[in-house]
Ligand binder design. Structure first.
Ligand SMILES: *Cc1c(COP(=O)(O)O)cnc(C)c1O
Length: 461
C-alpha cells in the first residue's frame, strides 16, 4: 500500500476527529459566515504528485477553498428554495459515505430495502397512496426527467410504439401543456429528445401563477384527441401558487394526457394544516416530482420521483445484464432510475424522518411559512418596497416601489449579498424585476426575519 495511504488508514481515528472538528467549526461559525460570497478563486495548483495525506488535504482545503464557501446551510440564506441539513440528516449523509453501499441491486446488501422503507415513509408523509411507487434520484430536475421519460413511453404506447426500443423519432412531435413550468422541465425535455420547443404555455388565471382551467381545456380540445403531456405545478418558485390538481386530473375523462406534477417543494404543504388542501390531489398524478434537499433539509443530492406506472419505468430504465437478472415484481433500483451504481442517498432522509418524524418536519414547514408571512408584512409596511404577490406560503416576492428596472434590482441583490447578512435571488415576475426571499431552512426564526429586514432597509438605494 502507498505509504501515505497506509498512514491514513493507521491514523483514521485521529484523522476523522480532525474532520469532525472542522465540520463543527463550520457549523458553529454559520451565524458569522456571510450568507453568500463573491469569491475570487485562489491561484490554481498542479496535481499533487505525492499527496499530503488527509491532514494535508484538510489544511489545503481550509486555507484555499473554505473561505469561499457561503452560509448556504444557515438561516438567512433565502436564495432559490434550498434548505440546510438537520443534525440527523447530516449524520445519515456521513454514514452513507462511510458504509459506501450501492443500492442499485439487492444481491449483496439490505441497503435497497432501507431505501424502500424510506420511500414508504415519504409516501405517507405526503399523503400519497400505495399505488405511487418511488425511487431516489439526485434532485428535482432528475425527478422531472424520469417522470417525463415515463410520459414519453406512455405516449408511444398510445401509438403502438415502444419509444424505449425504437427511439423518440418514431413518436413525432410531442405537446407539453403547462401554466408556469419550472426551467428544469425545459432542460428535461431537451435531454429526452422531445425538445424545449414542445412546451406550449397555457394562460394563467389573472394575478395568479396557477393555470386557467378553461384555457387548458381549450388547448386540449385543439389537439383533437392527440395524446399529450400536462405538467401541473404544485408550488411555483416566485409566488408558490398551486394548480387545481383535482380539476386538471378530472380533464382526463375527456382528453388523453399524462399528468406530471412538479411538487418539488410544494408537496411539503401537506405538513401545514392551512395549506394541506392544496396537495391532496397530487396522488392522482401519473408521475410526481418531490425534492428533498430543499424542504426536508437533507444535504444536496436528494429527491424522489413517484409514479403509478412502474411497468413503463422498468421498460425505460431496465439495465439487463446476466449478473443482475431480469426485473421482476419488485425491481432493483438499477432498473428504475437513470443511474446504475448510486449513492445510498436515502440514508440521510431515513435519519431525518427517524429523528424528527412528521411532527418535527411539520414544525419546520410551519415556522418557515410564519417567517415568510412576517417578512411579507414588514415589506408591506416599507414604502420603498412593494410586494408583487400575496405571500401564499414560504416565498416573499417583492421589488422596489420605484424604478424597479433590472439594473437597480440587481444592484440591490449585490449590495445585500456583499453585506453578508442575507442572500436572496433576483427573478422576473409578470415582467417585473424582483427579489425572492424563500424560507426553507430548519434554523430560521423570527429573529432572523428581523435581521433580514434590517439588512434590506440598509441596502435600499
Ligand atoms: C428547485 C426546483 C426544481 C429543480 O430542482 P433541483 O433539485 O435544483 O434539480 C424543479 N422544480 C421546482 C418547482 C423547483 O422548485
Amino acid at each position: 500500500m502507498n505509504p501515505v495511504l497506509a498512514a491514513d488508514l493507521a491514523g483514521i481515528d485521529r484523522l476523522l476527529t480532525l474532520v469532525r472538528d472542522e465540520a463543527l467549526r463550520g457549523l458553529h461559525g454559520l451565524d458569522r459566515r456571510a450568507a453568500a460570497v463573491a469569491f475570487t478563486p485562489p491561484p490554481s495548483l498542479p496535481l499533487p504528485v505525492q499527496g499530503g495525506g488527509m491532514e494535508g488535504a484538510l489544511a489545503a482545503f481550509a486555507e484555499r477553498w473554505e473561505p469561499g464557501f457561503s452560509g448556504s446551510a444557515g438561516p438567512r440564506y433565502l436564495g432559490f428554495v434550498t434548505g440546510g441539513a438537520t443534525p440527523a440528516a447530516l449524520a445519515g449523509d456521513w454514514l452513507a459515505a462511510a458504509y459506501d453501499q450501492n443500492p442499485a441491486a439487492g444481491i449483496d446488501s439490505g441497503a435497497p430495502d432501507l431505501e424502500r422503507e424510506t420511500l414508504a415513509w415519504l409516501r405517507e408523509l405526503f399523503g400519497l397512496g400505495a399505488a405511487q411507487q418511488g425511487a431516489f434520484v439526485s434532485g428535482a430536475t432528475l425527478s422531472n426527467f424520469v417522470g417525463l421519460a415515463l410520459a414519453r413511453e406512455w405516449l408511444g404506447e398510445r401509438k403502438g410504439i415502444r419509444v424505449s426500443e425504437t427511439g423518440v423519432a418514431a413518436l413525432g412531435p410531442v405537446r407539453v401543456l403547462s401554466g408556469a413550468p419550472h426551467s428544469s422541465i425545459y432542460k428535461a425535455l431537451s435531454m429526452l429528445g422531445i425538445g424545449r420547443g414542445a412546451v406550449q404555455l397555457v394562460a394563467k388565471q389573472p394575478g395568479r401563477e396557477a393555470v386557467d382551467l378553461a384555457q387548458l381545456a381549450a388547448a386540449l380540445e385543439q389537439l383533437c384527441g392527440e395524446p399529450c403531456i400536462v405538467v401541473a405545478n404544485a408550488g411555483t418558485v416566485n409566488t408558490v401558487d398551486f394548480d387545481d390538481l383535482a380539476a386538471i386530473a378530472a380533464l382526463r375523462e375527456r382528453y388523453p394526457f399524462w399528468l406530471h406534477v412538479d411538487a418539488a417543494f410544494g408537496a411539503f404543504a401537506a405538513l401545514s394544516p392551512q395549506h394541506a388542501h392544496l396537495t391532496t390531489s397530487i396522488d392522482l398524478a401519473d408521475s410526481v416530482c418531490i425534492d428533498l434537499h430543499k424542504w426536508l433539509n437533507v444535504p444536496y443530492d436528494s429527491a424522489v420521483q413517484f409514479t403509478r406506472h412502474r411497468d413503463l419505468q422498468v421498460r425505460v430504465f431496465q439495465n439487463a445484464a446476466a449478473y443482475l437478472g431480469l426485473p421482476g415484481d419488485n425491481p432493483d433500483f438499477v432498473h428504475l432510475t437513470p443511474e446504475n451504481s448510486r449513492r445510498l442517498r436515502a440514508l440521510a432522509a431515513w435519519f431525518a424522518l427517524n429523528a424528527y418524524g412528521r411532527e418535527g418536519h411539520a414544525e419546520i414547514v410551519q415556522r418557515n411559512i410564519a417567517c415568510a408571512q412576517d417578512l411579507g408584512e414588514r415589506i408591506g409596511k416599507e414604502p420603498r418596497l412593494r410586494l408583487l404577490a400575496p405571500v401564499r406560503m414560504n416565498v416573499v416576492c417583492f421589488t422596489l416601489a420605484q424604478n424597479a428596472g433590472e439594473a437597480r434590482v440587481q444592484a440591490l441583490v449585490r449590495r445585500l449579498r456583499d453585506a453578508g447578512e442575507v442572500f436572496m435571488t433576483p427573478s422576473v415576475y409578470e415582467g417585473s424585476w424582483c427579489l425572492r426571499a424563500a424560507f426553507s431552512n430548519w434554523r430560521t426564526t423570527h429573529e432572523d426575519v428581523e435581521r433580514v429586514m434590517r439588512a434590506l432597509v440598509a441596502a435600499l438605494p
